[in-house]
Design a protein around this ligand. Structure first.
Ligand code: SAM
Length: 236
């Protein structure tokens, strides 16, 4: 029987790993997802009503693509991540914009550098899986949201349909790490990716963790046959 690989999610390890993959991060995202990642981020942005004009937090923002999808919807965005090379690449993209640029900021998801009830909404795209303490991050996101504040989280999931499940697992465990090793200097990051997804709470289990952190009206939606889920909820 296969045993689960022990993942090292200490902040320093995760920060170094994303720092090393940062230069090729966007390229690998496009190649490995066949550009579906653009659609997933747009759907996350569209899942928010943005009825509250308060700023939107994009946490674990990486190279800024989710922040830019939110900006397209007219939101004022604060984009935070604890990996400076990722933030620097995001900043380059923001600088091309003339107005309403997202504001980048260094910060750890488990101890957010923001006052209570500051944001009208929050997104995290493919970030929560990497945070050492998921529950602490969810509590922090809840803390910085205004009452009624909305959330949209994207995370990889394993498809439920058997017909998709087997090819997906083959792609994820074999093909994806192989491509990652060829295109990125830190190929091991692309072996970490499938392991981190397979060990991360999915669908109902993740929704229970959101509820435990205080979120209400939680729901999840399969995207692209269930290889990604969009989790939504709000602060009561
Ligand atoms: C897979 S990338 C996702 C980036 C971006 N959201 C996207 O959709 O492409 C995960 C990001 O989460 C960040 N991250 C992981 N743990 C973090 C933490 N505890 N606090 C802040 N950022 C964190 C990493 O630095 C990395 O940029």
């Amino acid at each position: 029987m296969a045993t689960a690989v022990e993942l090292d999610k200490r902040s320093g390890t995760i920060r170094d790993m994303f720092g090393a993959v940062a230069p090729r991060y966007d390229l690998l995202n496009r190649v490995l997802s066949a550009s579906l990642d653009i659609v997933w981020r747009r759907k996350a942005a569209e899942a928010l009503t943005l009825a509250d004009p308060a700023p939107v937090l994009d946490l674990c923002c990486g190279t800024g693509d989710q922040a830019l999808a939110l900006r397209k919807r007219g939101a004022e965005v604060v984009a935070a991540d604890f990996c400076v090379p990722m933030l620097a690449l995001a900043e380059k993209k923001y600088q091309r914009l003339d107005e309403r640029r997202p504001r980048g900021l260094a910060g750890d998801a488990m101890t957010l550098p923001f006052a209570d009830q500051l944001f009208g909404a929050a997104t995290v795209a493919f970030g929560l899986r990497n945070v050492a303490d998921l529950d602490a991050a969810l509590v922090e996101i809840h803390r910085v949201l205004r009452p009624g504040g909305e959330t949209a989280f994207l995370e990889f999931t394993v498809p439920e349909t058997p017909v998709l499940r087997a090819p997906y697992l083959f792609y994820f465990r074999t093909v994806l790490p192989w491509i990652g090793r060829r295109l990125s200097k830190r190929g091991s990051a692309y072996s970490y990716l499938p392991d981190s997804v397979l060990q991360f709470p999915q669908r109902q289990v993740f929704l229970e963790r959101m509820e435990a952190a205080g979120f209400t009206d939680v729901a999840c939606r399969n995207l692209s046959g269930g290889i990604v889920n969009l989790y939504t909820g709000r602060r009561a």
